[in-house]
Design a protein around this ligand. Structure first.
Ligand code: NAI
Length: 280
């Protein structure tokens, strides 16, 4: 991405806010779109904090001035963007609808980037006029702290669309690892199953949530255990992602277990609501 290209992010939840903070903190101006004005207000409060946090941890440069973020509920605002990153809820129908809408308003050359956790890129590409412009970028949470991105090349993705995404990630000082398309790609095909199995272990009484996580940290050297990771992702999103994987693979290992669906039914989504497997 050159200094002249412009970026839009659609969806101002956990991920969209983090990606916008990464862009702004890297000196790249961004338009942030959400259908929910309250989500945009929360993002506006959070982004300066995220940038400070990124700088404090040495993940964002203190010498780069934060670039402007424009907050809007008008999807048409993406019409000037060269790269559009979609980060709305992990619901197939909602994404299908937003891709059809985006396709009608973006420039013909714009690159449409999905931050989906696991819906195959090619499935989303079927809803746009130019499927070769669609590519995946699975940012981790928080996007301004974890600086490696799983990039997904769909079977129809054009090389120049992929190249432009990689150039953008370069401008953000992120490392891109390119993989091919499939439900859950690489990270979530493994991670979501691990979270589901960990939750099953807790519900069977084999170990407490804290001890499952201690084993992964102490024995395997993981920085965070699977259940704290689930709380960070958001248990609502974990259940949605497991359903995406289960529907597309038929593999019962991905069927969200009762403990997970029960926590979500109680509104215990993890860090974002103050309670999940752990209390915050
Ligand atoms: P979230 O629930 O925090 O935010 C989603 C946002 O999308 C909400 O603010 C909602 O108002 C907005 N939205 C819904 N429909 C919209 C539309 N038609 N137009 C504009 N905005 C719309 O979700 P989160 O966690 O930020 O996830 C977003 C995407 O990123 C999902 O596909 C998720 O699977 C993926 N993801 C999530 C990660 C995580 O750790 N939470 C990590 C990597 C990817």
């Amino acid at each position: 991405m050159t200094g002249n290209e412009s970026l839009a992010v659609v969806g101002a939840g956990v991920m969209g806010t983090g990606i916008a903070a990464l862009a702004s903190g890297s000196g790249v101006p961004v338009v942030l779109v959400d259908i929910d004005a309250a989500a945009l207000e929360r993002a506006e409060q959070a982004i300066p904090r995220h940038i400070r946090m990124g700088q404090l941890h040495g993940k964002l440069s203190r010498t780069i001035a934060a670039a402007p973020v424009r907050y809007t509920t008008a999807l048409s605002a993406v019409g000037d963007a060269d790269v559009v990153i979609e980060a709305i809820v992990e619901a197939t129908e909602a994404k299908a609808k937003v891709y059809a809408e985006l396709s009608a308003v973006v420039r013909p050359t714009a690159v449409l980037v999905t931050n989906t956790s696991g819906i195959p890129v090619d499935e989303l590409a079927q809803h746009v006029q130019r499927p070769e412009r669609v590519v995946g970028a699975h940012f981790m949470n928080p996007a301004y702290m974890i600086r490696t991105v799983e990039v997904i090349r769909g079977p129809r993705t054009a090389q120049d669309a992929l190249d432009r995404l990689i150039a953008l990630l370069g401008a953000l000082d992120d490392e891109a690892i390119v993989v091919n398309d499939g439900p859950g790609f690489v990270v979530n095909r493994i991670l979501q199953r691990m979270i589901n199995e960990s939750a099953r272990i807790v519900s069977e009484g084999l170990a407490s949530a804290a001890d499952v996580d201690r084993l992964f940290k102490g024995c395997l050297g993981h920085a965070t255990g699977p259940l704290a990771t689930a709380d960070l992702i958001g248990l609502d999103n974990v259940v949605d992602s497991l359903r995406v994987l289960h529907e597309r693979t038929g593999d019962s290992g991905y069927e969200p277990c009762d403990l997970l669906t029960g926590l979500v039914a109680q509104g215990a989504f993890g860090r974002k609501t103050g309670r999940g497997f752990f209390t915050y």
